[in-house]
Design a protein. Structure first.
Length: 202
């Protein structure tokens, strides 16, 4: 659920504001302000939406990137309420392709009621910029993520601190995966660490 779904590699979404909006769903297909299962370029987008989602995968800007995407000068200043996993202030989960998140800001609020007593006991996977980088285990895939000149200054409230980070929640290295940060910052106290956990090094 988003303004746009399944956008293609040549798609450009630019200069949009989503203001005073409310989104809600109980499905597991993902929800975000602007795209779900998208590719292409997102540029100069702003959302202060309130998003209530009781399934996996929810993000302030884009949900589930599995192709090439550039996110430039995007800002989420809304509220995400979720009882499940894979939550990101900008992007929730990246599984394939190359994603660049540049000059973007998370200043909103993430409220998660997920606990380790729930059905999935892996962890909550929350990140102020990106929730999860997780290539599929069934196939070898290349995942490249660059976070450049971004700021995470919002609020993360969670009952489960497993895989919760103020910038990125969880990185699982598989196939040919790479994640890099440059000139990106966060505010002390948003989460226990800038990134929650990783199976490799960043």
């Amino acid at each position: 659920m988003a303004l746009f779904t399944n956008t293609g590699d040549e798609c450009v979404i630019r200069n949009l504001k989503l203001v005073n909006s409310y989104m809600t769903t109980k499905g597991s297909s993902g929800v975000a302000s602007f795209t779900v299962n998208g590719a292409g370029t997102l540029e100069k987008l702003y959302s202060d939406a309130i998003i209530d989602h009781q399934g996996d995968r929810v993000a302030g800007i884009a949900s589930r990137n599995d192709r090439n995407m550039t996110i430039n000068e995007c800002w989420f200043d809304g509220v995400i309420n979720s009882s499940r996993t894979q939550i990101g202030g900008i992007v929730d989960i990246i599984t394939k392709g190359n994603t660049v998140i540049n000059h973007s800001l998370f200043s909103g609020t993430i409220n998660s009621t997920f606990t380790t007593n729930d059905t999935d006991k892996e962890g909550v996977f929350i990140g102020g910029i990106c929730g999860t980088v997780k290539p599929p285990t069934s196939v070898k895939s290349n995942v490249g993520v660059k976070i450049i000149d971004c700021l995470s200054s919002g609020e993360i409230n969670t009952k489960c601190n497993i895989y919760s980070g103020s910038v990125i929640g969880y990185v699982m290295y598989g196939g040919n995966s790479s994640v890099s940060f440059r000139d990106s910052y966060t505010i002390e106290g948003i989460a226990n660490a800038a990134y929650g956990a990783t199976t490799g090094s960043i």
